[in-house]
Write a protein that binds this ligand. Structure first.
Ligand SMILES: Cc1cc2nc3c(=O)[nH]c(=O)nc-3n(C[C@H](O)[C@H](O)[C@H](O)COP(=O)(O)OP(=O)(O)OC[C@H]3O[C@@H](n4cnc5c(N)ncnc54)[C@H](O)[C@@H]3O)c2cc1C
Length: 416
């Protein structure tokens, strides 16, 4: 094999750019191709929310966030862990800080400065970027096609992203190229529809529910949520989106419950609500005794309208009402559309890839980033896995080209 292999990366998001850097730093000649006019559009959007790069929790707990994909991602993330990502960002002149939640952000709280420095480093390494070029398929002989033309490279890394926010470039339109190796894309870290009553919707849409806890299927997360016209979204909802989505797929709906005062026990709430009403309306009583916000009060009233405790609650029985404050039931009917989700689940199945992230049926073609079939909550886990799989696919490709000349099957992505 040539001492300086040529490797094409298709997809200029964080996974593809990290693969390109790893390859170029190892001496490969690297080209990056992307269907959009400029690179890393979704990464830049993530920067608008502060760019949560990774998380500071212990590595075992960190890896468990990937649920069923944890066994496959564990060695990949251990090889490029949060500490390596932080060192990398700082090496690009972007010092980081750890927030009270353990999430890690660049101090600049945006992606543009990091991306600018990164692209300059890549250019310095001789990496060339080719915008407006799309993966269109695989030739009969196996070569990877960009706009119908075979890619001129010894190996190819695909880093095509998931299917959320398609206008930023990652539209998942390539999914059909992977046949049985593809798990359908579904929304992840998404909101869910709830059939609110018209009065509740008019009163509460657009209002945040702060310092709540959301429970589903034995899991509870603290955080915030936002009531929308169509349902509910926000950090706490995103964190449980995977099991709630699965419940909807299985049962037609999911039932979650909201604790509107997670810092108080049921007994505390019952005692406080038992205080004399003194002519106060139910809303005022809830506000005065429990400090609930108007939207939380509206939610309790919405739930009480639909349940037996209503009459009792209105009659002044505090325990059923406290029960609604501590476990306000929420029926979720469907995930919000994938175009609005933070990320997607589904993608190229792990079974279709070897340990180097090479497609088993396409020697010389590697995959990285969100296009693979894993999902994780927000908190920095998405970007960490994108960067780490970018590194892993690059090392896999370097290993493969180093050995391909010594007897491996002929490269499927040929030098043109
Ligand atoms: C609003 C928002 C906020 C987010 N905030 C965070 C956060 O704070 N922390 C976090 O960890 N994650 C966050 N994420 C998720 C994170 O941005 C993504 O997981 C990450 O960008 C995925 O990286 P990737 O390189 O795999 O794919 P992408 O970033 O999606 O890049 C894929 C690239 O492939 C290109 N492409 C697609 N198809 C083709 C084709 N056929 N031919 C050529 N090119 C193609 C696309 O144009 C794109 O440039 C956020 C996402 C959103 C939408």
């Amino acid at each position: 094999m040539n001492a300086s292999p040529s490797i094409a990366v298709i997809g200029a998001g964080p996974a593809g750019l990290m693969a390109a850097e790893t390859l170029a730093a190892a001496g490969a000649r690297v080209t990056i191709h992307d269907r959009m006019a400029s690179p890393a559009r979704k990464f830049l959007l993530a920067g608008r929310g502060g760019l949560n790069l990774t998380h500071s929790e212990p590595l075992d707990a960190f890896i468990a966030r990937y649920r069923e994909s944890a066994p496959r991602l564990a060695p990949i993330i251990r090889a490029f862990p949060p500490a390596a990502l932080i060192a990398w960002a700082e090496g690009l002149g972007q010092p980081v800080f750890t927030g009270s939640s353990g999430r890690v952000f660049p101090r600049a709280m945006k992606a543009s400065l990091l991306l600018r420095a990164w692209l300059a480093r890549l250019a310095g390494l001789g990496v060339t970027l080719h915008p407006r070029q799309s993966l269109t398929g695989f030739a009969a002989g196996g070569a990877v096609l960009l706009d119908g033309q075979p890619v001129a490279a010894d190996a190819v890394i695909l880093a095509l992203g998931g299917a959320s926010w398609p206008r930023l470039g990652s539209d998942g339109a390539w999914a059909g190229l992977f046949g049985d190796a593809m798990r359908p894309f579904v929304p992840s870290n998404c909101g869910f529809t709830v059939a609110w009553s018209a009065p509740f919707r008019a009163r509460a849409a657009g209002q945040p529910l702060k310092r709540i806890a959301l429970s589903h299927g034995g899991e509870t997360v603290r955080g915030e949520a936002m009531v929308t016209e169509a349902g509910i979204e926000g950090g706490a909802v995103y964190a449980l989106s995977a099991p709630m989505r699965a419940a909807i797929a299985r049962d037609g709906h999911a039932t979650a419950s909201l604790d509107l005062r997670p810092d108080l026990t049921l007994a505390d709430c019952t005692t406080r609500l038992a205080a004399p009403r003194r002519g106060n309306s139910l809303s005022n009583h809830l506000r005065r005794t429990l400090g609930l916000s108007p939207v939380a009060i509206a939610l309790v009233q919405e739930a009480s309208r639909a349940s037996a405790p209503t009459q009792k609650a209105h009659a002044g029985v505090s325990e059923p009402l406290a029960g609604l404050v501590k476990a306000c039931p929420l029926r979720l009917d469907a995930p919000f559309p994938i175009a609005r989700a933070i990320s997607s689940a589904g993608g190229v199945a792990w079974a279709a890839l070897d340990e180097r992230l090479m497609l088993r049926d396409r020697p010389g073609v590697f995959c990285a980033g969100e296009m693979l079939d894993w999902e994780a909550p927000t908190g920095g886990y998405l970007l960490q896995a994108c960067f780490a799989t970018g590194v892993a696919a690059a090392l896999g490709a370097l290993d493969w080209v180093a050995h391909a000349g010594a007897g491996a099957s002929a490269p499927i992505a040929r030098r043109g």
